[in-house]
Design a protein around this ligand. Structure first.
Ligand code: F0G
Length: 448
């Protein structure tokens, strides 16, 4: 691509490597069908000398792009002119030091941090990506958008589509979406189609629908969406006084977040803006653990971009043959064919990453532990703390390591999961309401 262009698209398959203009819109390489990356000609972009220079934008927050927690880092995702950028105030999120929780986990109390992405306008990290995807959609003149979703993508898409006058169609699996999320999509005017199948079925269908009807796809196959999600890492570094943590812990579903984090660190290192890359832990639910099985059991690796496709094909062939369906209380990550599989292998390579899976009971206990300290989250987000417990126990993560866990979605996204957990007596952290007669003395007696 011409060196004067700031950004372009490039296929990640080394046998193909096709390049395309950033003003084109595909969700897969049109030449070979592999994943696309957004790449930059950094020489054509005025990059700050150090990350802390971005802090100056706090003083110009009346500029909507400086207010956005995504676009105030805009030089690091410079793929479209400002006039196309759409923002609803995403990324005003919090890196909270979690001393009490750290102590419970046997960690140095000052070393655990929770990056609370539930504070986004639609209540999940997806808004970081959607602001980027819809800015690109506007740049290419899209009039209609679509996604397959376990819920949060659809809520975020409906919100952004509405704010830029683009039609939004959502594909969801039958009975597979938490009500908090579905209610958002409906309220924000999304057109919801419920397929008799699961997320993986929806993901397959939506790609064909988008190709056939020339609709703009906003799932994390979309490389522009992932550019926005890089900024979650920038805000963590910012929250640590522009220092890099030792570990990032993130739940793994379709593997967009984890892929974008790896890309962010590779770019920051290449630009000399950080001197070391943190390690990455991607946590699957045990009932949807494709990545864990492929990496830990089948030995699948990035292998300098030569991923062994045969291992993947054999694994998926077996899922088909056995009629396997993923199943977890963490419905957001109930995905068995993650579309960003190859990109996450690259992220694991860049960040010397690890992968593991955790059962639902441990996810729910971790969720209640997180909630107890006042920052609630949905089940998928709690996979981080459930996973961290194992990593501490087996010595992978040192108790003095500085760890940032990404809490991807708000507690209110899935109130059923929370109420069901707390209503059951006997769970380690359950906190059920106590029944009492409508009698003052009895109420007081109970409270003494
Ligand atoms: N956490 C939450 C709350 C999510 O909604 C998702 C994905 C993930 C984690 C997994 O992130 O796909 O980047 O690995 N939700 C998607 C959706 C699939 O449709 O809302 P990932």
């Amino acid at each position: 691509m011409g060196t004067q262009e700031k950004a372009y698209q490039k296929c990640i398959n080394p046998q193909c490597g096709s390049e395309f203009d950033a003003r084109q819109s595909f969700f897969k390489c049109p030449d070979c069908g592999d994943l696309l990356d957004v790449r930059y000609n950094w020489d054509a972009i005025e990059i700050p000398n150090q990350l802390s220079d971005f802090a100056k934008r706090w003083t110009t927050r009346d500029n909507r792009l400086d207010f956005s927690g995504v676009w105030r880092f805009r030089e690091l995702l410079d793929f479209c002119p400002d006039e196309y950028k759409v923002s609803v105030g995403e990324g005003q999120t919090l890196l909270q030091q979690a001393c009490g929780l750290a102590q419970e986990l046997g960690m140095n109390p000052k070393r655990l941090f929770l990056q609370y992405e539930g504070m986004n306008p639609s209540g999940s990290f997806k808004d970081n990506g959607m602001t980027a995807a819809f800015s690109h959609a506007r740049m290419v003149g899209a009039v209609a958008s679509a996604c397959a979703s376990t819920g949060n993508t659809s809520a975020s898409m409906a919100l952004y589509a509405h704010s830029c006058g683009i039609k939004a169609t959502i594909f969801i699996g039958e009975g597979k979406i938490a009500f908090g999320k579905l209610s958002q999509a409906m309220d924000y005017g999304g057109h919801t189609i419920q397929i008799a199948g699961d997320f993986d079925d929806c993901m397959r269908q939506v790609q064909d629908v988008c190709t056939e009807l020339n609709i703009y796809l906003v799932n994390s196959l979309n490389p522009f969406r992932l550019e926005g999600q890089k900024t979650i890492m920038l805000r963590i570094i910012e929250g640590l006084g522009w220092e890099v943590p030792d570990w990032i812990v993130v739940p793994g579903g379709n593997l967009g977040n984890s892929s974008s984090f790896g890309k962010a660190f590779a770019e920051l290192k290449e630009l000399g803006l950080i001197d070391r890359v943190p390690r990455l832990a991607v946590i699957n639910a045990a009932g949807a653990n494709t990545l864990t099985e492929l990496v830990n059991d089948k030995g699948l690796r990035w292998n300098d971009s030569h991923v062994d496709q045969q291992i993947i094909d054999a694994y998926y062939g077996n899922l088909d043959a056995t009629g396997y369906r993923p199943d977890t209380i963490a419905s957001a990550i109930e995905i068995s064919r993650p579309v960003n599989l190859k990109k996450v292998l690259r992220a694991l390579d860049v960040c010397d990453g690890v992968v593991l899976d955790v059962p639902d009971e441990e996810i729910l206990d971790a969720k209640a532990q997180i909630g107890k300290y006042g920052l609630g989250c949905e089940p998928a987000s709690a996979a981080t703390i459930a996973g961290l417990k194992h990593l501490l126990a087996n010595g992978t993560v040192d108790k003095d390591a500085r760890v940032a866990c990404v809490l991807t979605g708000h507690l209110l996204k899935d109130p059923n999961a929370t109420v069901n957990y707390h209503s059951k007596m006997g769970r380690e952290f359950s906190n059920p309401p106590i029944q009492v007669e409508n009698d003052l003395q009895k109420i007081i007696a109970l409270m003494k």
